[in-house]
Design a protein around this ligand. Structure first.
Ligand code: SF4
Length: 381
């Protein structure tokens, strides 16, 4: 299969007014049916401010382009859009902003949805000169989208089929000769390829846009992965000094404010014990929220103590969150896993009745990420 490269738009491009800070100013359009990719300026500065953030931008496009009568096109229709969008802070030095929002007609409800994931995707996309990718159509054969600044190609993905999301990222990194955060990959595993209705899109080893079957939408389009090289384009903040000061204050508050401190130290890990105390921890397929199990080993510090860790934070984020862990003992000894969030301990643990084997829960949580299944919805089965 010959790669298809971005083609210039046929219309003459008008001179654009100066961009507001934080925006790349272009959308990357991809039509999988026609195998075309092209950049498109996405609006006036006023529009950019009105439709702030990945959800604002994505929902405007989704609403305009997928309405049909009083409803919307079906999730599996070629006219459905899969929008991978950033906000104006992506790529700037502010904690928690480097990821992406996925907006589409989801396979779970067949209605509009948005779901977020972090990592490096949004940053790499901005540095390539795009605020969002809008994907339409359905490919005949499996492809992946490769973006490196102005070089945008749909490439043959048949050799990646059947690989889980971590294997896909490993293989793409090796084949493209790029290491670490030089390449961000968001992909689907076997669950997305077979259009499981609660399939997710997973990226950068452990970050998951998990809600409403967005991975099934990607699978229906026969798009195995989006691989973005860390681009070289400049990104300007409207007020660089003010931005850095505000970002510093937010980081300081997160580290020192008693109400935010545990979030800074442990992310969502305290959720297991906190929800248990409130009688809201889902146990055994939601048949009960009451347990006689000693919850002391499920306190956040204990959850973290049980594994060897290394930080795996997202772009420009200093939270003690999103660690990679190594299982120390048992049948999965030595395996690298992503530290489960509260949802992982719950969906791959308590909800299915596992209340003691933390190594097993951590392993299963990662297997679900790798297969690209939403761990919450898995727990409900
Ligand atoms: S490390 Fe955690 S808090 Fe920071 S951006 Fe990533 S997911 Fe968000």
């Amino acid at each position: 299969m010959t790669p298809v490269t971005a083609s210039a738009p046929k219309k003459s491009v008008k001179t654009q007014p100066p961009l507001p800070g934080g925006f790349a100013g272009q959308i990357l359009r991809v039509d999988l049916s026609r195998r075309r990719c092209w950049p498109e300026p996405w609006g006036s500065p006023e529009e950019m401010r009105d439709q702030l953030g990945g959800i604002g931008l994505g929902s405007r496009i989704l609403y305009k382009e997928t309405r049909k009568g009083k409803g919307n096109v079906g999730w599996d229709h070629p006219d459905n859009r899969l929008i991978l969008a950033t906000g104006p802070l992506a790529g700037l030095p502010v904690w928690g902003t480097g990821g992406l929002t996925v907006v589409t007609i989801g396979a779970g409800t067949n209605g509009p949805t948005s779901t977020q994931a972090n990592g490096f995707f949004g940053t790499n996309l901005k540095y390539c000169g795009y605020d969002a990718i809008v994907i339409q159509g359905q490919s005949k054969d499996w492809v992946y989208l490769y973006i490196d600044d102005d070089r945008v190609e749909l490439r043959d993905a048949r050799s990646y089929l059947g690989k889980d999301t971590w294997e896909t990222q490993d293989a793409l990194s090796e084949n493209l000769g790029l290491r670490g955060h030089q390449l961000s990959v968001y992909s689907i595993g076997p669950a997305g390829e077979t259009c499981v209705r609660f399939a997710a899109i997973q990226g950068d080893y452990g970050h998951v846009a998990s809600k409403n079957g967005v991975g099934a939408v990607m699978g229906k389009k026969k798009l195995k992965a989006v691989a973005i090289v860390k681009g070289t384009k400049a990104l300007r903040a409207a007020d660089p000094r003010g931005l850095v000061q505000a970002a510093d204050e937010i980081a300081h508050d997160l580290q020192t404010d008693p109400s935010a401190r545990s979030l800074y130290e442990y992310g969502t890990l305290p959720g297991v014990v906190n929800l248990s105390k409130m009688g809201a921890l889902p146990i055994r397929n939601y048949t009960t929220s009451v347990t006689g199990v000693d919850m002391a080993p499920w306190e956040a510090p204990k959850l973290r103590e049980g594994f060897d860790h290394r930080g795996h934070q997202c772009n420009s984020c200093g939270m003690h969150h999103c660690h990679m862990s190594v299982i120390r003992q048992g049948v999965h000894k030595g395996k690298i896993v992503d530290e489960p969030e509260y949802e992982g301990w719950s969906g791959a643990g308590w909800t299915i009745g596992v209340t003691a084997d933390k190594d097993g829960v951590a392993w299963l949580n990662t297997q679900l990420d790798r297969a690209c299944l939403d761990v919450n919805e898995f727990g409900w089965l």
